[in-house]
Design a protein around this ligand. Structure first.
Ligand SMILES: NC(=O)c1ccc[n+]([C@@H]2O[C@H](COP(=O)([O-])OP(=O)(O)OC[C@H]3O[C@@H](n4cnc5c(N)ncnc54)[C@H](O)[C@@H]3O)[C@@H](O)[C@H]2O)c1
Length: 252
């Protein structure tokens, strides 16, 4: 079965420079999807798009930091122009902030930074991409949350709060657009080995990995496959949901 059976299907990936976003961009491109690669690190977004094009795929690139309010609308408009339309947006921009730290030691500035990217950034992206989707009566919006948002990870106060907020954001927004041909979902991975995880203290990595019943981390390919399906036309009867990708840690 072909998931992307529509001509010129176009998906923007925010945080496409590396990690889960990069893997999703590569897989989508291999399925014939035109991919808009955005990242606060513009050089990595450019590199992702160049690699896709070198492999025969279609891609555009740009720099976007999701905390820069005034840049978001223009960046998405430019992508819409370049790709022709925006069928889907996958938001993979996220940071952990300081981890392995108890709540009373959390620096409020770090808390704000994590919430600013993981939650407010997700809201701002949604605010600016939804008008494109409403106009064309179709859209697939996916935010990458985390198992930390469902269960709460020790030592990760800001991160867990930001991802729980993101899950709530998705549930609410989905209801607002449920009759517009637009689905809005989240994905909650456990541990997928990426530069973000590698940068965390070993104690945090061990804590999270030990909680996975399958006894292993998830693979980038496993994340990309689920993401691709969620933003495809085939995933048409699920909205407001947080998909699980946790090797059995969450069964709800
Ligand atoms: N890797 C995991 O185990 C895991 C688990 C659960 C959830 N997640 C979530 O998945 C998403 C992707 O994580 P990853 O592991 O691929 O991380 P990563 O650090 O490898 O990649 C994140 C990308 O987002 C970009 N980014 C960061 N801040 C940004 C900003 N302000 N604006 C735009 N782009 C920005 C980075 O430059 C980077 O390219 C994050 O939201 C993360 O919280 C990851």
């Amino acid at each position: 079965m072909k998931y992307f059976d529509r001509p010129n299907y176009s998906v923007i990936v925010v945080g496409a420079g590396r990690g889960i976003g990069r893997a999703a961009a590569d897989l989508l491109a291999s399925q014939g999807v035109a991919v808009g690669c955005l990242d606060s690190d513009g050089a990595t977004a450019q590199a992702a798009a160049e690699e896709i094009k070198a492999g025969g795929g279609r891609a555009s690139a740009g720099r976007l930091d999701v905390t820069e309010d005034r840049a978001i609308g223009p960046a998405l408009d430019a992508m819409a122009k370049s790709l022709g339309r925006i069928d889907g947006l996958i938001n993979c921009a996220g940071i952990t902030g300081n981890t392995n730290i108890k709540a009373h030691d959390v620096d409020p500035a770090d808390f704000d930074r994590v919430l600013g990217i993981n939650l407010r950034g997700a809201f701002m992206l949604s605010k600016h991409v939804l008008p494109h989707m409403v106009a064309q009566k179709y859209g697939r919006l996916l935010h990458i949350a985390s198992i930390a948002g469902k269960e709460g990870n020790a030592g990760m106060t800001a991160y867990s709060a930001s991802k729980a907020g993101l899950i709530g954001l998705v549930k609410s927004m989905a209801k607002d657009y449920v009759d517009r041909g637009i689905t809005i979902n989240a994905l909650a991975p456990a541990v997928i080995r990426t530069p973000m995880v590698d940068a965390m203290p070993q104690a945090s990595q061990d804590y999270m990995t030990a909680k996975i019943p399958m006894g292993r981390c998830g693979e980038l390919e496993e994340a990309a496959q689920m993401i691709a399906w969620i933003v495809s036309p085939a995933c048409s009867f699920t909205t407001g949901f947080t998909f699980d990708l946790s090797g059995g840690r969450a069964t709800y």
